[in-house]
Design a protein around this ligand. Structure first.
Ligand SMILES: C=C(O[C@@H]1C=C(C(=O)O)C=C[C@H]1O)C(=O)O
Length: 88
């Protein structure tokens, strides 16, 4: 049961991890610049734009709210990472 679907999910997860790492590389650089210029971690207007954009990119409208939830969670994770990165 589920073999085909879970094989598909495993392949997708592999790609997602790669993309997540790429995104985190960019986040790490942003965190470094924020620290250098003593800028706040949170940029609410940027987050609002990201959420608008990813909702618009969602082809299956049944997934739109879930995509927003995903990116809200993602940005919570990145902010926590940036905070940790810039401690001390
Ligand atoms: C990565 C940044 O830091 C935070 C995280 C964001 C994100 O993960 O997309 C967006 C805005 C910021 O609240 C940024 O400022 O671009």
């Amino acid at each position: 049961m589920f073999k085909k679907e879970r094989t598909e999910i495993d392949a997708i997860d592999q790609e997602l991890v790669k993309l997540f790492e790429r995104r985190m590389d960019a986040v790490t650089e942003i965190a470094r610049i924020k620290k250098e210029h003593q800028l706040p971690i949170l940029d609410q207007s940027r987050e609002d734009k990201v959420l608008d954009k990813v909702r618009g990119l969602t082809e299956n409208k049944a997934y739109e709210d879930s995509v927003e939830d995903l990116f809200r969670s993602l940005m919570t994770i990145t902010k926590a990472f940036e905070t940790k990165q810039n401690e001390g």
